[in-house]
Design a protein around this ligand. Sequence first.
Ligand SMILES: NC(=O)c1ccc[n+]([C@@H]2O[C@H](COP(=O)([O-])OP(=O)(O)OC[C@H]3O[C@@H](n4cnc5c(N)ncnc54)[C@H](O)[C@@H]3O)[C@@H](O)[C@H]2O)c1
Length: 255
Amino acid sequence: MSDDPSMKPMFRLDHKVALVTGAARGIGAATARTLARQGARIAAADIDFEGAKALVREIGNRAQAFAANLAKVEECRALVAAVAERFGRIDILVNNAGICPTQPFGTATEADWDTLMNVNARSQYFLMQTVCPVMKKQGGGRIINLSSAAGRVGSVLNASIYSGTKAAILMISKSIAREVAGDGILVNCVAPGPIKTDIQRNLPADRLKAACDQIPLKRFGEPEEVAAVIAFLASDESSFCTGATFDVNGGWFML
Ligand SMILES: NC(=O)c1ccc[n+]([C@@H]2O[C@H](COP(=O)([O-])OP(=O)(O)OC[C@H]3O[C@@H](n4cnc5c(N)ncnc54)[C@H](O)[C@@H]3O)[C@@H](O)[C@H]2O)c1
């Protein structure tokens, strides 16, 4: 390889450790594969431990699976401790685990509210709170939080609580980005539009079709197209990005 610095490959993640939540499938699995391809070692966390282990078998010995129900704060904290112990460092946190049940506003319950807030928003908050001291000690890090187009413009799929969790993440991320910038930690959000994953399985097909018709690129996204943006944000090349939200939605909403 050339010694010319201008020829240095971009977006490499060699010697970095990435903790990816919700890594068993969908955007999380695509992200884990992409970051591994860029050279990172991967901690693949999921409530679906068998799925996470299957992904790790595919990636190889630079990855390890971790079981965690991130709806529970103590499991968020224990996960970060276990990953830091296993790998000795954590450079990248991808807060991806999430759920998207739909429930019309009129019939949503307190339990629906608590479950969605805990899995989608509270988990991201306490994973960040636990990982930041680890990153600070190392001199910095990257945090990428999965929001959603629903968190930018509201849900079109009877998922009002979901959209609230995803909007909360945007403002929480901006606020924390300011607090930890001095520690070299950059915090950004990615807001996907409709992406072809299992999360859409409970959503009404007619509404998904209507959403697709409104997308200028006339298709849903692939998980790998979200993972590519996450890989950029995880890399050294994103060094002047913090507190930002990156829309990956085929032009569905242009904010
Ligand atoms: N697919 C889309 O259209 C879309 C659009 C916007 C935002 N997003 C967001 O992207 C992220 C990933 O979504 P996806 O489409 O890949 O979904 P998915 O359902 O395919 O995968 C979600 C993963 O999170 C895991 N998970 C769920 N609850 C968990 C818990 N309590 N603890 C640990 N892991 C848990 C699941 O087991 C699964 O592996 C989510 O935050 C989602 O809200 C997705």
